[in-house]
Design a protein. Structure first.
Length: 562
């Protein structure tokens, strides 16, 4: 394949405005047929679903056009960055299936070159050291209708600026005492061009560079330089960087170095959640959740722990698509994507979340093994044996003494089919001293064994069950939306924490599951028939204790509850 040909993979993908730009670049041989993208996270938190969209977009483009994809950490702020975040980001990107091969880079690796280029701008008279504080710089920045005020330091000589910048680097000054600014245009209608800060003083230990540096580049100064050094062709960013593009271009043009094309797309916004890393960190620090990977969080690690598959997240990103304007995406669409994927790959099993005991009085005191289908959507997954005995457990909600109209489960004197087994009839109700139903005595019809075709008897209801003597104890965690409103951080009058859903987690400790799950491992996914999709929890499953997280219900029920 010639480099400047549109590949078959890219031609078959749904078109969006970014791919149309790249297709045109291929036709004109703008980048000599090359496509090189990157994902540049700041290691100051865990990645969330919005980052997943960007990862899938950047890697997908590189893959489809037979190009390259870099993972680069924009580690320019040591006060907020930790190795824990670096490790989690690498794991998340790999888990999503985005292969950066050996191309993992850090902005901090380029600090020497950035410093050299800063000196080049000072020598050109395009940068200067300013004594103003952050507040003074902000106050003198101007307004939409008034230009900013030039700093008295703006006209310092090149020699003075070189000397002061060297002293900044050598630690002579305190934090905030001086900054290096680009000399552009204080009257520009674009605020980002009003002499932006390039370096600030920060006496803090860097997670990779230690105490080698006490001046750190700002994002606007560093970002384009990183792209240039890595020979990125298409620098794909979210829309909030659109107004920063002229500055991105200005720095690269002034230095006359490799100049990638910055393209902006709409970020992903999900309802019933927050995407700000600052707010997500607050949820962790204030213990509203049990960590960055709490299954109620919108982080990739949380989705992994909850049982989402990388395929489902990639499919979700494809469904959402790439747009030029911000919009709110319904979280139900994400749940639909995981539901669709798990429907084809998750093994069906039976689990009773809130057990009610049944004794089949006319069944012999023995154990029978019945055949159960592992997945009707994929018969190649085969079948399994499940034990059936005289004493069983069904769901408490599968029996009602005074049923409403249309209730087709077990009632006094009524019949239902036990999944994969027989039709039973409720003969007697046992209650405790409080009048609560604690046990049912039933009879079974031996001629109604499922799958034998020996009986034409039909009933409207089918319920799941587990054998009392074979069931395995488990803890089940049922998750709901973390917030009670669609846009928890949009109300300017209230703190987003006021909208925390107090019922976002329900823990069931008495759940009974069929014995085939006894040796289930963290990360294993199943469909609990009639309940939804569940995953063995990686944090709380220990020794003999099995803990399951509900990944998603069998259908969207949120709208009905609200």
């Amino acid at each position: 394949m010639e480099d400047n040909k549109i590949t078959e993979d890219s031609a078959n993908k749904p078109k969006n405005f970014i791919r149309e730009i790249i297709d045109e670049d291929m036709k004109t041989n703008k980048w000599q047929g090359k496509v090189h993208t990157r994902f540049p996270p700041e290691p100051n938190g865990y990645l969330h679903i919005g980052h997943a969209k960007s990862i899938c977009l950047n890697y997908g483009i590189a893959k489809d056009y037979k190009g390259k994809f870099n993972l680069r950490f924009d580690d320019t702020n040591p006060s907020k960055e930790e190795q824990e975040y670096v490790d989690s980001i690498i794991e998340d990107v790999k888990w999503l299936g985005s292969d950066f091969e050996n191309r993992i880079f850090f902005a901090s690796d380029y600090f020497e070159q950035m410093h050299y280029w800063a000196i080049e701008l000072i020598k050109k008279g395009a940068a200067y050291v300013d004594d103003a504080s952050a507040d003074e710089i902000r106050e003198n920045r101007g307004t939409l209708t008034e230009p900013g005020k030039e700093s008295p330091c703006r006209n310092r000589s090149v020699e003075q600026n070189l000397d002061l910048f060297e002293k900044m680097k050598n630690g002579v000054f305190k934090n905030g005492e001086k900054v290096l600014r680009a000399k552009i245009d204080m009257a520009s209608p674009n605020f980002n061009l009003r002499d932006p800060i390039m370096y600030r003083i920060l006496h803090a230990e860097h997670h990779r560079q230690g105490n080698k540096w006490c001046i750190y580049p700002t994002y606007d100064w560093a970002h384009g330089l990183e792209d240039s050094l890595e020979k990125i062709t298409h620098s794909i960013c979210t829309l909030e960087f659109e107004n920063h593009r002229p500055l991105y271009d200005w720095f690269l043009d002034e230095l006359n170095i490799h100049h990638p094309q910055q393209i902006e797309f709409a970020r992903l916004n999900l309802n019933y959640t927050v995407m700000s890393k600052r707010k997500l960190l607050l949820l962790v620090q204030e213990k509203y959740v049990d960590g960055w990977d709490d299954p109620r969080m919108p982080t990739i690690s949380a989705f992994r722990r909850r049982g989402f598959t990388p395929e489902s997240i990639r499919n979700f990103a494809e469904i959402v698509g790439v747009a030029k304007r911000d919009a709110m995406t319904d979280i139900a669409l994400l749940e639909f994507a995981i539901r669709e994927d798990l429907n084809h790959c998750a093994q069906r099993v039976m689990a009773v979340l809130r057990p009610l005991k049944i004794i089949i009085t006319n069944y012999p005191d023995s154990v029978e093994e019945l055949d159960a289908v592992n997945n009707p959507e994929d018969l190649s997954m085969g079948t399994r044996k499940i034990p059936f005995s005289r004493e069983l457990f069904i769901e408490q909600t599968d029996f009602m003494e005074l049923p409403p109209k249309g209730y087709h489960r077990l009632v006094p004197g009524g019949e239902v089919r036990l999944r994969y087994a027989y039709i039973i009839k409720c003969e007697e109700i046992i209650k405790n001293d409080n009048g609560e139903v604690i046990e049912l005595h039933c009879t079974y019809d031996p001629e109604t064994k499922s799958g034998t075709g020996s009986s034409n008897k039909k009933v409207k209801g089918t319920v799941h069950w587990v054998s009392a003597s074979h069931a395995v104890n488990a803890e089940v965690r049922l998750y709901d939306r973390l917030f009670t409103v669609e846009a928890p951080d949009s109300d300017k009058e209230k703190d987003f924490l006021e909208f925390i859903n107090p019922n976002s987690l329900e823990i069931l400790t008495g759940t009974l599951i069929e014995p085939s799950l006894k040796n289930a491992k963290p990360g294993d996914r199943f469909q609990f028939e009639r309940h939804g999709y569940f995953c063995v929890d990686s944090k709380f499953t220990k020794n003999e204790k099995l803990v399951f997280n509900r990944t998603v219900t069998l259908k969207d029920s949120w709208g009905k509850k609200n």
